[in-house]
Design a protein around this ligand. Structure first.
Ligand code: AMP
Length: 359
């Protein structure tokens, strides 16, 4: 089975805003979405054709879900290995579950990227206070200690600065297996959002330039203000990663740009095996949104044009009570508002986003 027909059902693991926007994009093309999430009031449940509220390790629920869908995809990378294994016995899982194993563990991910001849921050495996002390001696300060698994939006990270107590820092991350990363003196953070189809077709959007505030993405601007050569190298690196992983779907690769004299160097930070916050601008600012592109790819359909509208596009996240400004945002011509329908507003929670196209 390679190409689904309109009317087919795509199963999505996770019910957050990414799953919600996938379901909305799929519906436009006549594709149904069945959302599987343990969280009763998840925003994707409002807009999908079918739902399963169950734990990701509930094997009976997983088997019934798999039987009800034509293909399975996911909106987050921390899908348990067992979940993917149970589903794969019934239906294709796209992107393939080996991609999950690669991207769930920062050490494995960095080794994979290095194995392709691409650059990453210097890194060392940290298992206990002694291996941390050895790693800090080798990589110097400042450096960044990150848990190998389950980190997001700066969680599971600690900066190792001058004079800090290493044993305490390690204990603050609950003694979990970690990697230490050398500090990258970057000038910009960028990401490449791209898609690979079932036949190997590869299409990338314009390079995204990202600004974080309090470890959370605040704005994305496309195209990034980098040289054409750097942009081409960033896309090529993403293509190699997607090909090596036999990837199907939308992929995002976060990178640092380091300026050395007059040249720009790329350092790959991490791979997201899914649609990505830095690609939200494509909903209003590109011929095919990243969500539609992902649904097309996992359905085995031809990919769409990634051509940008306008001179540039900016996306701003609405975090926590930023979203309370919705009446004002709605009254601004040229501002496209997206709200995720989350029941409760909390500090640091992504409630929506706005895009503006410069014509
Ligand atoms: P991550 O969770 O790996 O995406 O890291 C979150 C943010 O921390 C990044 O977007 C960077 O702003 C910063 N950061 C992460 N790793 C490094 C590094 N090795 N050197 C400098 N800054 C980093």
């Amino acid at each position: 089975m390679t190409r689904l027909s309109p009317g087919a059902t795509i199963g999505v693991l996770g019910g957050g805003q990414l799953a919600r926007m996938m379901a909305q994009a799929g519906a436009r093309l006549g594709l149904k979405t069945h959302v599987f999430s343990p969280v009763a009031d998840d925003p994707a449940f409002d807009v999908c054709a079918a739902r399963t509220q169950a734990d990701f390790l509930d094997e009976a629920a997983l088997a019934a879900f798999a039987e009800a869908v034509d293909v399975v995809t996911y909106e987050f990378e921390n899908v348990p290995a067992r979940t993917a294994e149970v589903l794969e016995a019934h239906r294709p899982v796209r992107p393939n579950p080996r991609v999950l194993a690669l991207t769930q563990d920062r050490l494995v991910e960095k080794q994979f990227i290095r194995g392709l001849g691409l650059s990453t921050a210097e890194f060392a495996d940290v298992r206990d206070p002694q291996t941390l002390a050895d790693a800090v001696a080798a990589l110097g300060r400042p450096s960044i200690l990150k848990t190998r698994r389950f980190g997001y939006d700066g969680k599971g990270q600690a900066r190792i600065a001058d004079g800090g107590d290493l044993a305490q820092t390690f204990a603050a991350l609950d003694g979990a297996p970690c990697i230490l990363e050398g500090f990258v003196p970057f000038t910009k953070e960028i990401s490449i959002v791209a898609a690979r189809g079932i036949d190997g077709e590869f299409r990338a959007y314009d390079v995204c330039e990202n600004v974080h505030e309090h470890h959370i993405l605040a704005t994305t601007t496309a195209p990034a203000a980098i040289s054409a050569a750097t942009a081409a190298a960033a896309v090529e690196a993403t293509r190699r990663i997607a090909e090596a992983a036999e990837y199907v779907g939308v992929i995002a690769v976060e990178m640092f740009v380091v300026r050395k004299d007059e040249t720009e160097e790329l350092v790959i930070n991490e791979i997201a095996p899914r649609v990505h916050n830095s690609g939200h601008w494509t909903l209003d600012g590109a011929e095919t949104s990243q969500f539609e592109q992902h649904m097309r790819a996992v359905a085995g359909w031809p990919l769409g044009s990634t051509q940008r509208h306008g001179v540039s596009v900016t996306m701003r996240n609405l975090i926590g009570h930023d979203a309370d400004r919705w009446p004002q945002l709605l009254s601004e011509d040229g501002t496209c508002l997206h709200l995720y329908g989350k029941k409760e507003t909390r500090d640091g929670r992504k409630m929506g986003h706005v895009t503006r196209i410069q014509r």
